[in-house]
Design a protein around this ligand. Structure first.
Ligand code: PLP
Length: 416
């Protein structure tokens, strides 16, 4: 039987333990929601102070050049690239994930439309269980283009081989499911899509900084993802988009703003896309927010995704085992796959009163979140979550369940 002392011993042996000190976490909080909003790197405060007081306040507009503001989407993209198996010059940090999905999907559809062999394909395949904005953006783009595109929703992973057919233009999948934590086999699924003549766009919102990703080895065509989740970039921090070098010349996206122009300051009245990844940009970036992304990346630069993955699996294994041992009397059902290869860096359990139980946990300082239907979601972020945190979180959960100390009539907050 595992004890709290065992957990503390694991913390003492944990090669990543020291990194926790680089985050500002409030006393009395066990933060298991870094999959939704990453914790604040301590360095972000001084960095924000510098950007606001010095770069903006003192240097004013000169900072576009002197502080490298103009280059920031590319420079930070290059720093993110190794975490997702991308090369330099293939990633920019810009806009939101939803907007980048629009650009990536539009570009992928256009690449197919430009190919005489594939120009008649009109179907976008994705999963019904995908994060809603991914489906909504695909729907919106399809309707807007008015070229007869439709979105085909697949209900189970094993239906993908049947659903991806010779009508399929693009497959859009989220690598790690936001609700269940299920992780797709990227290489196998990309191979399947390509064998059927489709392109594949991967959403890495719950993968970047959470699990090792190798976009090149995984055969991805385009990818997008968030920086405010596992990458700890701050609330609403700009997202990223990846266009591999092999597709850049063919990549055309409809949000052809001046930041994607070959000569933005030539101020010509017609758009000519710049070469390279810059063509994925649109307009002026939220520089203060963008600058914060670097503070998160600075922490990742001190370790490897393999080390993070090893600890992530150890944390999620421990959480599953402890919940199943110590809360066995309660109607909790594991939603996340047990197989390591199929698991991201979160664990979801359903409970008939999931919302109320999660509200009670949050009131006791164990911050996870709730997703319909009845799912309590716990994100594990190896940079700042300890094994003792896992023990303590499960003990608080057990106590709440044993005493039924939750309010089944709890009023829902606007953001769950
Ligand atoms: C979090 C998340 C998003 C968020 O998109 P925003 O544009 O940042 O609101 C999109 N897709 C997936 C799969 C996500 O998990």
């Amino acid at each position: 039987m595992t004890t709290r002392i065992d957990c503390q011993e694991r913390d003492a042996r944990d090669p990543l333990a020291a990194l926790r000190d680089q985050f500002d976490l409030p006393q009395g909080v066990i933060y298991l929601d870094g999959n939704s909003l990453g914790a604040r790197p301590k360095a972000a405060l001084a960095r924000a102070q510098h950007v606001i007081a010095q770069e903006w306040g003192h240097d004013l507009i000169r900072s576009w050049n002197t502080a490298g503001w103009f280059d920031l989407p590319r420079r930070l993209g290059d720093r993110l690239a190794p975490l997702i198996g991308a090369a330099a010059g293939e990633v920019v940090i810009t806009d939101t994930t939803s907007v980048n999905l629009f650009k990536a999907l539009a570009a992928a559809l256009q690449m197919q439309a430009d190919d005489p062999q594939r120009a008649a394909r009109r179907v976008i395949v994705t999963e019904r269980s995908n994060f809603p904005t991914d489906i909504y953006m695909a729907e919106g783009l399809s309707a807007w283009l008015a070229r007869g595109y439709t979105v085909r929703l697949v209900d189970a992973v094993d239906e993908l081989p049947q659903a991806i057919d010779d009508e399929t233009a693009v497959v859009l999948l989220t690598h790690v499911n936001y609700r269940t934590g299920y992780q797709h086999d990227m290489a196998a699924t990309s191979t399947l899509a390509h064998a059927r003549g489709a392109l594949i766009v991967w959403d890495l919102a719950h993968s970047a900084g959470a699990v090792p990703v190798d976009l090149h080895a995984g055969g991805a065509d385009l990818a997008v993802g968030c920086t405010y989740k596992y990458l700890n970039g701050g609330p609403g921090a700009p997202a990223f988009i990846w266009v591999p070098a092999r597709h850049q010349a063919r990549f055309r996206q409809p949000l052809s703003g001046w930041w994607g122009h070959a000569a933005p300051f030539a101020m010509t009245p017609h758009f000519t896309a710049t070469d390279g990844i810059g063509r994925a940009l649109c307009g002026t970036q939220p520089v203060v927010s963008l600058a914060m992304v670097e503070c998160g990346l600075d922490v990742f630069a001190q370790t490897t995704m393999d080390a993070i993955r090893a600890k992530s699996l150890a944390l999620t294994d421990l959480f599953i085992a402890l919940v199943e041992q110590r809360c066995a009397a309660h109607p909790l059902a594991l939603v996340t796959p047990r197989a390591h290869a199929l698991r991201g860096s979160q664990v979801s359990f359903s409970h008939p009163h999931g919302y109320a139980v999660m509200a009670a946990l949050i009131a006791r300082g164990v911050i996870g979140d709730y997703r319909e239907p009845a799912i309590m979601r716990f994100g594990f972020t190896p940079l700042y979550t300890s094994f003792a945190d896992v023990w303590d979180a499960v003990e608080i959960l057990r106590d709440i369940l044993d005493r039924q100390a939750y309010d089944v009539h709890a009023k829902r907050d606007a953001v769950t």
